[in-house]
Write a protein that binds this ligand. Structure first.
Ligand code: G4P
Length: 524
């Protein structure tokens, strides 16, 4: 195997979007274009059941094909594309954020009828922090939505990122003529039948169509689009590949995931511009090249099987360098323990299969019997490697938790400790009384916690919701226990660092006014 070549054709990305923006539908299109599935269409009935699963499992149910949750690998146009799922709705959890630590690029799908929505904003911020390229797909142009100029302005304003429209819609809804493809210098036509069966019409040096000019000029949506394109090419941001790579400029595409219009153009540009895997930084500031022979990787997600009959868990590893082969021996940096990795899984579009080999950029699943924790590094060879810790995220939802049966304190504490270590939930204790408080970024984390504690540790718990809070860390020297009240509860986190849980923004502002010298910090 030519490692260099294999790494260079990897594209590892996640799709970020607000629920219902069209993530599933666009994923389906990618599967279709890559030949992984043969039919597509609206994923119907997905709202009828209670899904605490990946969207792809819903596709699986709809299509009767077997796509696995969480990670998929498909071949597209000579590239090996790894898509990592970022569950959007009821599954929203720290996992969703952490997944973004394992990808090299993100695709942001926006419903053009709605614009930037809250979940998109949260996920975007994590991508921004990592400085990975972000590609924007303005979806649902087959419906009447908001004006494209307004959408692009909102994108820049709310998210604080520059944008470069790669194409521009000519109309929308029933009047959606197609896209003026600025980057590829052509018109992409939504209704080829109206143009003698042409899907595309080339543009000359002046940006004028090479054929059907008169017909096009009779269309008001074409003329309007032309005016807008002139405006954005003169007054907008220049195309800048380095800025795209640094995540400072997002290329914007328009289209419809449902009808597939504009999707292929988008995917082609995406695989061309999205980066192949690059270096990964270690704790001591070294950069590990993906082309290194030494195999390294880190664990960013542990998925416990919710089925009580099977206690197995899968640890998801992002390979950072080298060529992984089945049966290799690795060392776990945290414990120094040697492990032979025999039972590994790779996730293909239509099946899980045993991994024979994988390279940097790929994501593999390791069957875990309790060896791994989120953030662990694995490596081959003698040279120890330890990648930087994965960031912790500021939880927003809190829950008091106590064991139902006081006689079973031991299993309760053991279970809590392990689930916290695994990164499934965050733990806080009230400053004085050390009552347990759980913190999460999504409701599902609590449900999973309760379920696993019962099933894996035989500990039934009482959970008392505290609602959403604003968690802010302070320096230990600033502590004055009299500062604590029910509206700003002083707690300690799992490392005994002092943290306030504010009831709301008002409470935080009030506190800050009263104690202007106390610095309040958030995690990510
Ligand atoms: P998600 O994974 O981001 O949550 O979104 P998903 O792809 O499931 O799409 C949500 C709904 O939006 C689906 O409708 C889907 O068919 C529709 N949709 C996605 N892309 C487009 C598009 O380009 N144009 C139009 N018109 N619709 C699109 P659904 O499941 O039938 O539910 P409903 O929302 O229509 O009730």
């Amino acid at each position: 195997m030519d490692l260099h070549k294999e790494v260079d054709r990897r594209r590892t990305f996640a799709i970020i979007s607000h629920p219902d923006a069209g993530k599933t539908t666009i994923t389906e299109q990618l599967l279709l274009y890559s030949g992984a599935i043969r039919q597509t269409g609206t994923v119907k009935g997905k709202k009828s059941g209670k899904f605490a699963k990946s969207d792809w499992m819903e596709i699986e149910q709809q299509r009767g094909i077997s796509v696995t949750s969480s990670v998929m690998q498909v071949d597209y146009d000579g590239y090996k594309v790894n898509i990592v799922d970022t569950p959007g709705h009821e599954d929203f959890s720290e996992d969703t954020y952490r997944t973004l630590m394992a990808v090299d690029a993100a695709v942001m799908v926006i419903d053009s009828g709605k614009g930037i929505e809250p979940q998109t904003k949260k996920l975007f911020q994590v991508c921004r922090m990592r400085g990975i390229p972000i590609f924007t797909f303005m979806n649902k142009l087959d419906r009447d939505g908001r004006e494209p100029m307004e959408l692009v302005a909102e994108l820049e304003e709310i998210l604080g990122i520059d944008s470069y429209p790669m194409n521009w819609p000519m109309g929308m809804g029933k009047m959606y003529l197609g896209n003026y493809d600025i980057y590829n210098k052509r018109l992409e036509l939504n209704h080829p039948d109206d143009f003698d069966g042409l899907d595309f019409i080339g543009l000359d040096d002046q940006g004028q169509p090479e054929s059907h000019k008169e017909l096009l000029e009779q269309s008001s949506v074409y003329c309007d689009a032309l005016d807008e394109v002139e405006l954005i090419t003169e007054a907008g941001n220049p195309f800048d590949q380095a800025a795209i790579a640094a995540g400072e400029l997002t290329p914007v595409f328009f289209g419809s995931a449902l009808t597939g219009f504009g999707v292929e153009t988008f995917l082609n540009a995406f695989v061309d511009f999205a980066p192949h895997p690059t270096t990964t930084e270690t704790e001591d500031g070294k950069e590990i090249s993906p082309y290194n022979d030494q195999v390294t990787g880190f664990i960013f997600k542990i998925q416990a099987n919710m089925d009580p009959r099977h206690r197995d868990r899968i640890a998801f590893v992002r390979i950072c360098s080298g060529e992984f082969q089945e049966g290799i021996e690795v060392k776990l940096d945290r414990t120094d323990k040697k492990l032979r990795l025999n039972n590994t899984t790779r996730f293909m579009a239509d099946s899980r299969e045993e991994v024979k080999e994988s390279v940097a950029g790929d994501i593999i699943g390791l069957y875990d019997t309790g060896n791994f924790q989120i953030g662990d590094t694995i490596y081959t060879g003698k040279e120890p490697v330890s990648f930087k810790d994965l960031p912790q995220f500021t939880p927003e939802l809190f829950m008091k938790v106590t064991p139902k049966n006081v006689m079973k304190q031991k299993s309760f504490h053991k279970g809590v400790a392990q689930l916290v270590q695994e990164g499934a939930i965050q733990l806080y204790k009230t400053w004085h009384t050390e009552d347990y408080i759980l913190g999460a970024v999504g409701q599902l984390q609590f449900e999973v916690f309760q379920h696993r504690l019962l099933n894996e540790y035989n500990s039934e718990v009482v959970m008392e919701p505290m609602g959403s809070k604003i968690a802010r860390w302070i320096k230990p020297e600033d502590i004055d226990p009299s500062m604590s009240s029910s509206r700003n509860l002083l707690c300690k986190d799992r490392y005994d660092r002092p943290v306030f849980l504010f009831e709301n923004q008002f409470a935080e502002n009030w506190f800050q006014n009263k104690y202007p010298d106390v610095e309040l910090e958030s995690l990510l």
